[in-house]
Design a protein around this ligand. Structure first.
Ligand code: FES
Length: 239
């Protein structure tokens, strides 16, 4: 397992070096915090019984969710049909970063914060207005679509914004995959985290929903659920 983690870290460093090189060749925007990872405590993805949620349990093209790095902050995790390569994106505060490459047996598993970068809509136990939906004309086959104001994100390209008012991509959640054990860990984020604004905006609502408005780290394990189980109702968006 240690060797796999070292390999993952080396791969992350290579991605950051490649992207930094590309940015050095272009001075369109200032290079800030290139490829930097926002570290959070490492959490093993598990099912409701505590058994590790292996990469192979993620059905292709289906949305699954877990909470990370806090008990109240939701994250989408997807397995797609093809390998996901890193791309260069920019946050609202003009920080460039490299999105994580896909992990897992096909290098096709990626995870993103499920807090919309526009006005912070997020999936709750009762209902979700942001989810994975079929893409429209000229869009990828699947998009992450927030019904709030129709922001749309491309999950194959680091959740970059492809439509609507969102000012930045969804923050990427970094995953590591232990191939020998088929275990997935969440280890941090890249891009524009919105946790400060999220906990400020929803303090009262979170108190009602979860019994606490405070940020509680999710801990050593994070429970993965299919979207249909995470939220009772998934709203389709009218565009
Ligand atoms: S809150 Fe998601 S688009 Fe406005």
């Amino acid at each position: 397992m240690q060797r796999e983690h070292s390999t993952d870290r080396r791969a992350l460093m290579r991605q950051a070096a490649c992207v930094a090189g590309a940015w050095a060749a272009s001075n369109a925007l200032p290079v800030v915090a290139a490829g930097e990872v926002q570290h959070h405590p490492r959490s093993l993805l598990v099912d409701e019984h505590g058994a590790p949620w292996g990469a192979r349990r993620l059905e292709t093209g289906q949305a699954f969710l877990f909470n990370y790095p806090y008990t109240a902050s939701p994250v989408f995790v997807f397995a797609f049909e093809r390998e996901i390569k890193p791309v260069e994106l920019v946050t609202e505060s003009k920080q460039r970063y490299a999105t994580p490459a896909g992990v897992g047996p096909n290098r096709s598993i990626v995870a993103f914060s499920a807090i919309c970068a526009h006005k912070l809509m997020y999936p709750t136990a009762a209902i979700s207005f942001i989810g994975l939906r079929r893409g429209g004309a000229g869009e990828p086959a699947q998009v992450i679509h927030c019904c709030g104001d129709n922001s749309r994100y491309d999950p194959l390209q680091g959740a970059r914004v492809i439509g609507g008012p969102a000012p930045q991509p969804l923050a990427a959640v970094l995953l590591e995959w232990d191939a020998a054990r088929d275990q997935l860990h969440a280890v941090g984020t890249r891009g524009g985290e919105m946790f400060d604004a999220f906990f400020d905006k929803y303090a009262q609502k979170l108190e009602l929903e979860t019994g606490s408005s405070l940020r509680k780290p999710v801990g050593a394990t994070a429970i993965v659920q299919p979207a249909a189980r995470y939220s009772k109702q998934w709203r389709s968006c009218k565009v």
